[in-house]
Ligand binder design. Structure first.
Ligand SMILES: [Zn+2]
Length: 285
């Protein structure tokens, strides 16, 4: 990607190297369960990870809120700056898309953290992967996830990383449009199977919205970038992750969609640039 020298967003909170702060709610986890599964396969005890999530034990401890002074604005290091540039580009894209509908886009804040973080959605270990918390409208990202994306998931490249950020921003767009709220209330009255299907539809829509951003970011793209995004989408499909974990492929247990579905919806957004093509809630997926 040709991202250097571009505007970096100021909507960044750099909490790397700080102890987690305290608050509560429900996050839109992107791959939490599958990462849990992977964690088990990689030799960790999932209960240990759950303990970290529930009580703040085992990993970095939940402490009193750190006294202010969290650096705001674009970070100076390369990876932090890259994330802030991608975020700035999503602000431009969604700002334009929303303004065409006469609506003002309220951009999310990107929180960079290391190891564990407190959000309005609780205490989260980096093991759950990047996530969006609707309660505080922030995207949470431990940049070391990009290493995992490359080494563990076999999806290297800056556009693969940008896709991850754009997917989380997609959840923010869903939140601002009221989609997440409607889906949440449906999910509360659903069976587990229906709940999983609604989750898949929400996640595939976030993939499609990431594609819509990618379409509008074409001037940043270099040859091979789109392929990097596709590889990443395919690498984190639920069927692929279940196979890698040596588990049976069970579509009814999916929460994010198969590799083919994730690639398909990312591609739809990338090809058209029109969020109207991202209606994952109608018909078969
Ligand atoms: Zn997601």
């Amino acid at each position: 990607m040709k991202w250097r020298g571009r505007r970096a967003s100021s909507n960044v909170e750099d909490r790397r190297g700080r102890s987690p702060m305290v608050t509560r709610g429900v996050p839109i986890g992107c791959g939490g369960l599958v990462l849990l599964l992977l964690f088990a396969v990689l030799g960790g005890d999932p209960q240990q990870l759950l303990d970290v999530l529930d009580q703040g034990g085992g990993g970095p401890t939940a402490s009193a809120p750190s006294a202010g002074g969290v650096p705001q604005g674009p970070p100076a290091d390369e990876l932090g700056e890259f994330a802030a540039v991608v975020l700035a580009d999503t602000e431009e894209t969604w700002g334009e898309v929303f303004s065409r509908q006469g609506v003002r886009y309220r951009p999310p804040v990107l929180v960079l953290f290391s190891d564990a973080v407190r959000s309005a959605c609780g205490l989260n270990s980096a093991a759950v992967g990047p996530f969006y918390c609707p309660a505080d409208q922030k995207v949470y990202l431990d940049l070391s996830f990009f290493d995992q994306l490359e080494r563990r998931f076999g999806a290297p490249g800056d556009f693969a990383q940008a896709y991850v950020i754009a997917h989380e921003v997609g959840h923010h767009v869903q939140n601002q449009l009221g989609i997440s709220g409607r889906v949440d209330s449906l999910r509360r009255r659903s069976s587990e199977r229906e709940d999983n299907e609604l989750s898949v539809r929400l996640e595939l829509q976030a993939d499609c919205l990431a594609g819509v951003w990618g379409y509008h970011a074409r001037d940043l793209l270099e040859p091979g970038d789109v392929e990097e995004g596709m590889r990443a989408a395919a690498a984190i499909g639920d069927d692929t992750l279940q196979r890698q974990a040596g588990a049976r492929v069970r579509p009814e247990s999916w929460t994010h969609g198969s590799s083919a579905q994730r690639v398909e919806w990312l591609q739809r957004g990338l090809r058209s640039g029109d969020p109207d093509v991202c209606d994952t809630f109608e018909g078969r997926l």
